[in-house]
Design a protein around this ligand. Structure first.
Ligand code: ACO
Ligand code: ZN
Length: 287
């Protein structure tokens, strides 16, 4: 959903201290006015509450007991390559109104085209953390409508700036499609996408499609790809067009992966990006 009012508003925050990191806010976020325009806004990285000074945050930290997002852990996996342990927590906007509003306020700092959802109740939040002995540290999240008339499987996605370009975005996207597979649904992210959102989806879709085409040399229809990946036929067609995979052959449009694309794919795969292990997801579609 687009809000003309908010797009026009000027950035009101400067820097945000979050855990061990301090990051620059990118866009306007409707934190209460008394917190805006401070040199630094101090956040508790677990309950996401905000304070105007290091002193006040410190006082809060002595009493804050939260060490992970306040929901059910639905996934945990240790990446064999990096030894990093990643978890996903599912948080119901109806049960954790304050926490989800705080998450929305934080993520709005990096999203310019979404309205801030004070209305968090219709959403579930899938929050990804990187874990260590101090707790489960928020890296990124996506929200998802409990019911989407438009067939969206993701409403908003964000990786904290200090963690961007490390493959977490793809991991979040992959998780959203794994949930759709379990729901036996095909889904797409809510439009419009931001530039970074589109780049990330395009990279994910391309990877999954080429991977599938590489695995099954026989003809495979767009419909079949959609059924296997939970990516919509529209998104598949768009991605294939972008990659120039359609060839006109004997009076028909067929999908054709060139050796060059396959080679690129193999090289990318050799780098071993972080992957979701679907068998580790402990989740059933809500009834
Ligand atoms: N420049 C160029 N390509 C990029 C960039 C960038 N800054 N960021 C991501 N990409 C592309 C690349 O192809 C990248 O793969 P590569 O690094 O192997 O080349 C791919 O997207 C995925 O990158 P990840 O590291 O997996 O993604 P990241 O953790 O950085 O998160 C995200 C992507 C969530 C979109 C992040 O940029 C973000 O939070 N942006 C601000 C909020 C936002 O715009 N969210 C999307 C709104 S749309 C919606 O919510 C439906
Ligand atoms: Zn706290």
């Amino acid at each position: 959903t687009q809000s003309v009012g908010e797009v026009a508003r000027v950035k009101n925050l400067n820097r945000i201290q979050f855990g061990r990191n301090e990051v620059e806010a990118w866009y306007f976020s409707p934190y209460p006015v008394e917190y805006a325009h401070l040199p630094v806004l101090y956040l508790c990285e677990f309950c996401l509450s905000y304070y105007p000074s290091q002193f006040m945050l410190g006082r809060h930290l002595r009493s804050c007991l939260l060490k992970h997002p306040p929901g059910n852990e639905v996934y945990r996996n240790r990446d064999p390559g990096s030894d990093e342990e990643i978890s996903f927590f599912e948080i119901d906007g109806k049960r954790q109104i304050t926490w989800c509003r705080n998450l929305s306020l934080l993520s709005k700092c990096f999203l310019d085209h979404k309205t801030l959802y004070y209305d968090v109740q219709p959403f579930l939040y899938y929050v990804m953390t990187s874990n260590d002995s101090a707790g489960c540290h928020l890296v990124g999240y996506f929200s998802k409508e409990k019911e989407s008339a438009e067939g969206y499987n993701l409403a908003c996605i964000m990786t904290l700036p200090q963690h961007q370009r490390k493959g977490y975005g793809k991991l979040l996207i992959e998780f959203s499609y794994e949930l759709s597979k379990r729901e036996m649904k095909i889904g797409s992210p809510e439009k419009p996408l931001s530039d970074l959102g589109l780049l990330s989806y395009k990279a994910y879709w391309a990877e999954i499609i080429v991977e599938l085409l590489g695995d099954c040399p026989d003809d495979i229809s767009i419909e079949e790809i959609a059924n296997r990946t939970s990516i919509t036929q529209n998104d598949i067609m768009w991605t294939c067009q972008q990659m120039g995979l359609f060839k006109y052959y004997k009076g028909q449009h067929v999908l054709c992966v060139t050796d060059q694309i396959m080679e690129q794919h193999r090289r990318a795969k050799a780098k071993q990006r972080k992957r979701i292990r679907p068998e580790r997801i402990v989740w059933k579609p809500p009834v």
